[in-house]
Structure formats: C-alpha cells, structure tokens
Design a protein around this ligand. Sequence first.
Ligand code: GCW
Length: 676
Amino acid sequence: AAENGLQAWLRYAPLPQGHNTLLPLSIIALNSSTNSPVNTAGQELQKGIHGIFGNQLSISSTGKQASSAVVGTLSQFQKAFGSSPVEGQLEEDGFWLNVKGSTVQILGQNERGALYGAFEYLSMLAQGNFSNVEYATNPAAPVRWINSWDNMDGSVTRGFGGNSIFFADGHVVSDLTRASEYARLLSSIRVNAVVVNDVNANAATINPENLKGVGRIADVFRPYGIQLGLSLDFASPMELGNLSTYDPLDPGVIAFWDDITKQIYDTIPDFAGYLVKADSEGTPGPLVYNRTLADGANLFAKAIKPFGGLIMYRAFVYNQLPDEGDWKADRANAAVNFFQPLDGQFDDNVIVQIKYGPIDFQVREPASPLFANLLETNTAIELQVAQEYLGQQCHLVYLPPLWRTILDFDLRVQNQSSFVRNVITGERFKRPLGGSAAVVNVGLNDTWLGSHLAMSNLYAYGRLAWDWTSDSEEILQDWTRLTFGLDKTVIDTITQMSMASWPAYENYSGNLGEQTLNDILYTHFGPNPQTLDNTVWGQWTRADHTSIGMDRTVSNGTGFSGQYPPEVTAMYENIDTTPDDLLLWFHHVNYTQKLKSGKTVIQHFYDAHYEGAETAQKFVTMWQSLEGKIDDERFEDVLFRQVFQAGHSIVFRDAVVNFYSNISGIPDDAGRVGHH
Ligand code: GCW
C-alpha cells in the first residue's frame, strides 16, 4: 500500500477502457546500454503500458517502425532509419512526440529529452488520452534544478517528510533505492539536476570517502538523466585543506578548488555544478577578506569552467539589523545593495540564484527587485516546494498560483515588458543561461514529502520550469488524474480544495503583505505575530497601538520601492496604486486606513481570518465526500491532515485576531473578537 505514495504520479494504475485503444505492439529503444536514459525510457514504456493496459511488450534495439513505439535521440533515429522526421526544431533536452495510433515516435534532442518524451506519452495514456499528436517541445530554460537541504547526519533542514534519502551518520547511505526512485519521479517532470546537500554545507561532504559516496548517488541518478550538484562550504580550504585562509584570490585557495573540482569530475564526469551560500546567515564567504561576491563566485566558475559545470551563487545575502528604531533600515534592501553594483562582473557560467521575494518565502511578497537589476548577469529564481512558512506540509497549500504572481510580474525594465519569467529564462536580457531551483525536502517517509497532497507542488514545479505559462489548474488536474484516477468527483473536489488553499492560508495567516506571521525565531510553524518585531531578523511589521506596516517608500521610508524600475516604483510609492495585498509591505498606515475594498485594515484582518479558517473547515467535508472513491489508506492519511489543518487554522485565526485586537483596541464590527 505504501506503493501509492512512493509511486506518486507514476503509478500506471489499470485503465479498463484502454483495452479498446490502439497501442504499439513492441518497443524499440535505440540505446540498450544500462545507464542510458533511452534504455530507461524503453523500460518505462514497457512497465507503464503493462500497468495501465496489462499488455506485455518486448523491447529491442532494432525493428520496423510500424506499430512500434520508437524511442531515442534524433541522431540515433537517423542512424537506425536513415531519415529524420524533424529538423531544427529541438533544443537541448527538447523532444518530438508523434503518436499515430499504434505507431509512436519519441525522439529527443539528447537522451534525456527522449526519456521526457516517453514519460509524456505515458502520462497521456495513464490519463485516458488516446489522441494522435505530433509536436516538438523545448524547455523554457536550461536550469531546472532541485536543491535538497539534506545534512550529512541524515537530518533534513526544513524537512517535513522524514530523514534524508541520501545521508546518515556522516556518510552516504549504502542503499540508494529511494534516491533512484526519486530520480525517476524527477525525470518525469523534466528536472535535470539535484543539489543533494544543504546550502549550509559541511566541508566533509567533499572529503575523499564521501566523494565516493556522492559518486554512487550520481550513478543512480544517471539512467534518469538527472545530474548531481553539490553545495559548498566556502571555508573548505581551511576545514579540509589545512590552509590558513579561504581568501578567494589566494593562489593556494585557487589550487585547492581546482584540485577538488578535478577530483569531483574524475568521480562524476557529468557533475552539474556548485551551489554557494556565502556570507549569509553566518556562512563564510569572500566578504570576510574584503573580496567581492563576484570574486567568490568566479573562484568556482574558473575552477569548473574546463569541465562545463555551472555555479549557482545565492543572492540570499543580508546582515542582521539590530535597530528597529532606525526607520530607514530594511533587510529587503540587501540583495540589490549587495549584487547590483557587481552586475557584469560575474563569469558566464555563474547564475545568481534569487529567492522569489526580497525576504524569505513568505505567503505574499513582491517580486525580488534584483530580477530588474542584473542586466548582464545570468539569473535563476529560487522557489520552495518545502512549505517552510506555509504550513510545513501539514496544511494543504497549492503553490503554483503564488509562484505565478511572481513569474508573471512585469518589472518594466527600461519601460518595456519585463516579466520575471522572461528575465530568468535569459530571454529578456539575452543571457545564455538561466532557469530555476526549487527547495524540495523529501525524506524517507513513503509519501516523500510527508503528505500525499503536497506532491502536487513538486509535480507542478517541474511542469512550470519547462513552461512558466502553463496553467496552474490544468497542471493540478493532470497530477490528480495520475495520482488518484479519473473519477470526476475526485478531480473536481481536489481542484476546488487546492485552488482555494493558498488564498485560505493567506487569509488565516498574514494579510495585506505583512508576511506570514508564523513564529520566525525557531520553528517557522504556527502563529506567533509577536516574534516579527524587536528582533535582528528584520522581518518587522512595526505594529503599534495605532498603526502597522513597513514604510518602504523612497519619499518617507526605507527606499526599497526605489529599487524597482520607475513605473513600478511609482506604483508602490503611492498608497492609492499599491495593491491591497501588498499594502503593509510598502506602507505604514493606521489600522483604520481604508482599503480599496472599502474595509479598514483591521476589519480586513478580522474578516479574512474568519473566512480563511472557515474555508479550511470545508476542506474536511470536501475530502470526506471522497470516501470510497480513493483507497482507504490515502483517504485516511489525507483526512488526518485536513482535520489538523482545520483545527490549526482556528488556532491561527484566534491568535492573530486577538493579537491585533489587543494591540489596537479596535473592536470587530461583527462582534467576534475581543472583550469590547
Ligand atoms: O528560510 C531560511 C531557512 C534556513 C535556510 C535559509 C536559506 C538553509 O529558515 O533554514 O537555510 O533560509 O535559504 O539559506
């Protein structure tokens, strides 16, 4: 029964009506060597068609095309059949899918693309879609990565699905079955690399023994076309190399990294690259030696260049802010202040990886202004499938609508259309590289993320990274059919719950852009609005007896709004043109300030919290209506979580409304809150 969780959207559950459809009679996989993704594709087609229809197909590497499913690269096909059905339409990782009844061509620009195509065909079949199709598809960007925050001791930072599938007790685990199953899931959503260790990296990860272990992870990834990457500890030359410095310009340090990089490529010839969190939340970095962040990034870029790897350099660099009394202090300003002056100084194989918002994975943030400030630098967006501040997989929060608000935001750089999605793909500023990384903290739990429903976020991440204009609801429905079957009530109900879930969470947590109001000091879980102010973390709300919000205007506040291009600055400078949902992000106002809806800020708090919690109660009855339409195990598992969410949403509601009722002394019009 655990299989349902482990297989997630790749269950290939039987589809009775499918028996009437035309299927290939055999499979031709144009590369039969064990580690080849084309070989994997052949096996996956065999397994999938058997699971869905019960037909047992043979696999060979030659044969005639009619009534076969042929899978391979364009050049393998050319070699085998002397012609090519598609010219000049495929880019790296792209594929061509041609289904004509029982004759199917699945051709990748490379082997990985061919595997993606096989999964695409199987996804159609598993959803009962037997259409003839003929098209080429290519990724929006070359970088479609996952960042795992796994530690060598086996713990997972912000992991809510159990211990690491990669590490335990300081080593790589010997049984890598789960790592292999994970790679299979990821290749089906076209993720192409996984950074396996936490960004707060441990230098021991790259010692000779662990490097061998990491090499074994890369070995199980390889048949799925997944490359492996590593987070680095900037101080490794000292920690591991016995040097007295980690200054990025020191010749000994440069030699150290050249040597490590060579060792890595000796073990892992298709190594993806390094992820670097430097000078951030206490991690060592180039600033320690008065070198620039670009010096830090280029140190690795030069070491890895001969091998073709990438450097993902995180923009999550900020200093603690001890003085909330300083009206102009603002953590949100940090990324642009640190990185904008360095635009143009990063090597070509460096990508600056930017969290979607200027603070930290909150329920609502404006798009990071750094996306509008790096015109001569490759960039990528960092998203979180791990619901760190968003209910930690104990709450259903379907995230693509949140992600789309950022990716579809038009930054108006040089007064021209500049959607974030077109910046990060490299299209807007004509950059050669770009893309995305999502923090995904799967664990040994047999639902991967600790929750069956949370897996829609992982599935959707891959789909969006391929095409950022894909529709959130359509993605969700594909995922639902693949995960739970084709019952219309099941699909409609999960759609309704999921599409209502982010707005509900925003309603019962932090409203109007005042951040998530979770405890920010320790757990990041559960309401604790009093932890946001009077701390060095700079996630302030500046709530007092009469007023609330961060004044981030240029005219009177921290100046943050001035980090955007002029049209956007103008919008956020002015209260009247700032959208309500970001009002308190940009402005400090009285609780009695009127919103565009006509309500006051404080009344909106009260109403939204009651509304959000009420929606969360409905999730329980909605889910209960599916009893008997879903296997008992998954039904009960999800029900347990929905009951928890319903209860916790009330805890949130009451904690937050009482906090603001007490601090403001303003009664609720509807008489629900306080003792007034
Ligand atoms: O959101 C914070 C997390 C830290 C994390 C950090 C980061 C891995 O609470 O756990 O560190 O962000 O993104 O570097």
